[in-house]
Design a protein around this ligand. Structure first.
Ligand SMILES: [Zn+2]
Length: 149
């Protein structure tokens, strides 16, 4: 399989397949977007560790982030192992860095569904990015999510 996208460990290195970029943009609400995914890895590298933790301003934010991400990552791993349906791409069960990247894809592409099903994860990402995509998203919800949000 050809490369869809790749982020170098050195800041500023990012390779994207144009086909994958267009594919990611074709459906802005499917939770799959290689540009968002690879830029999330760049943000993760900001503090020079590939661990799913971007540069956070305060110790309080770091503690909150760690607690929420650890719990959400464990839930996704369990769901992946047991075949439970998930909103988040199960590629995120690979490791915490991939978990952060697929969470960012869902945050911007499926914010209402993410907020409804993973409110703590949504809140951490909203605080980190200092924006609330629910306010401007054109996301179309399925019947189940309309009823629960
Ligand atoms: Zn990745």
């Amino acid at each position: 399989m050809s490369r869809l996208g790749e982020t170098g460990r050195r800041m500023g290195s990012l390779v994207l397949s144009w086909g994958a970029v267009k594919h990611g943009a074709a459906d802005p609400s499917d939770g799959k977007n290689v540009v968002l995914h690879e830029f999330a890895h760049q943000l993760d590298f900001e503090n020079h560790a590939v661990d799913g933790v971007p540069g956070l301003a305060t110790r309080e934010q770091q503690l909150s982030w760690s607690e929420v991400m650890r719990s959400e990552f464990a839930s996704l791993r369990t769901a992946d192992e047991t075949g439970m349906p998930t909103l988040l791409n199960t590629y995120g069960a690979t490791d915490p860095a991939e978990f952060f990247a697929v969470s960012v894809e869902a945050f911007f592409e499926q914010p209402r569904a993410l907020r409804a099903r993973h409110p703590k994860l949504y809140a951490e990402l909203r605080n980190y990015f200092n924006q609330d995509p629910v306010e401007y998203s054109g996301e179309i919800l399925g019947e189940e999510q309309r009823l629960s949000s």
